[in-house]
Design a protein around this ligand. Structure first.
Ligand code: SAH
Length: 351
């Protein structure tokens, strides 16, 4: 058992079976043994690779999209925020790409929400001497126009999972059996948060809810509704949660999510419908990542970068471009949810 597995088993021994949400929170963010709190797991050498780590073009184009939205809204003094910035690559690329947008850097205060101390240090290093502040929760976002980005943040938030049966919903719980962590189902009961899913699920089907996302989205929406701004939320998932999407990755391969708590990344698909609903009264647009990057000009940008390349570097660049956009790679699995007030246009690339 990993030290964290022993700790979880002990807690279950004392308090009874644990929800997947509690299990995920402990595995990802336990102060001593958590996955994000103890390592910087991204990149080819890590457990998974994210879009900004695949190519600089991702952060550049997303940064330009936010800067364009800022121009479209009259260039106000604002917050430029990111949730879960990882190694800080996206924000660094976005800032470099928008350096020459007149007035943008002077008007935009960079605010990063990050739970992991080692990752905060990475982000500080990635941003060089660009000023930035770190916050623990969205409530600490300044009362100002908000231009926000979050890539692969919401998939790391804890979910609860339920299987429908004839009598109600049975929650997936982590228990201890024979000295090992195993999954089981609680007794059926009505689940108010899944009332609307009775219409589109059958007994035997699985639905997931991410309660932690709701207050985060509500706060972002309140800032944007009051002061203006826009949010770009990029992740894998769909419009409404379907089936069991709880998964663990280690060294780029799926592993048993219970096998090595704290050592593997745990995620679930993002239910974008739930995010958009929590962001009421904002307007939203929902477009596959590949289409957004094409609309933002990844083709010409890739060609421009390719001019100075040859050999293995060029090959890797072309593969990275394809990986971000192709339908059989990240292009359609990943989606962009854009949120903005109904009085302002959708950010560029989102129509
Ligand atoms: N956006 C980055 C990293 C994605 S991994 C990229 O695309 O490469 C998820 C990130 O969210 C990590 O930085 C992790 O430490 C952070 N994170 C996870 N849960 C969090 C929480 N509840 N509050 C703040 N940050 C969190």
């Amino acid at each position: 058992m990993t030290p964290l597995a022993a700790l979880i088993a002990e807690r279950i021994g004392g308090e009874g079976p644990m929800t997947l949400a509690d299990y995920m929170s402990l595995c990802l963010l336990h102060p001593e043994h958590g996955y994000y709190t103890t390592r910087a797991p991204f990149g080819t050498a890590g457990d998974f690779i994210t879009a900004p780590e695949i190519s600089q073009m991702f952060g550049e184009l997303m940064g330009i999209a936010l800067a364009q939205a800022w121009l479209d809204q009259g260039s106000p003094d604002c917050t430029l925020a990111e949730l879960g910035p990882g190694r800080g690559t996206l924000m660094a690329d976005a800032l470099r790409a928008t350096r020459r947008v007149p007035g943008f850097h002077a008007a935009a205060r960079v605010v990063l929400m990050e739970a992991s101390p080692p990752l905060r240090a990475r982000q500080r290093a990635a941003l060089g001497d660009h000023p930035a502040t770190w916050i623990d929760r969205t409530d600490d976002l300044p009362e100002a126009p908000l231009f926000l980005i979050a890539n692969e943040f919401f998939d790391a938030l804890p979910i609860r999972q339920f299987r429908r049966d004839a009598e109600g919903w049975r929650e997936t719980l982590v228990r201890v059996e024979g000295g090992r962590l195993t999954l089981g189902l609680a007794a059926p009961r009505p689940e108010p948060a899944l009332q609307h899913r009775l219409a589109d699920t059958q007994p035997g089907e699985v639905a997931e809810i991410c309660a932690a996302a709701t207050p985060i989205m509500a706060t972002i929406a309140a800032r944007i509704a009051r002061h203006g701004g826009a949010a770009l939320i990029i992740d894998y998932g769909g419009w409404r949660s379907r089936g069991n999407t709880f998964q663990a990755l280690r060294v780029h391969a799926p592993v048993d999510p219970l096998a090595e708590p704290g050592l593997a990344d745990l995620t679930a698909h993002v239910d974008f419908e739930a995010l958009a609903q929590a962001a009421c009264p904002l307007a939203h647009a929902f477009v596959p990542q590949g289409a957004v990057l094409q609309a933002l000009g990844i083709g010409p940008r890739a060609a421009r970068l390719a001019e100075g390349m040859e050999g293995a570097g060029l090959k890797a660049h072309l593969a990275a471009t394809r990986r971000l956009t192709a339908p059989d790679e990240m292009g359609t699995l990943f989606k962009v949810l854009a949120l903005h007030s109904a009085q302002t246009p959708a950010p560029p690339g989102m129509t």
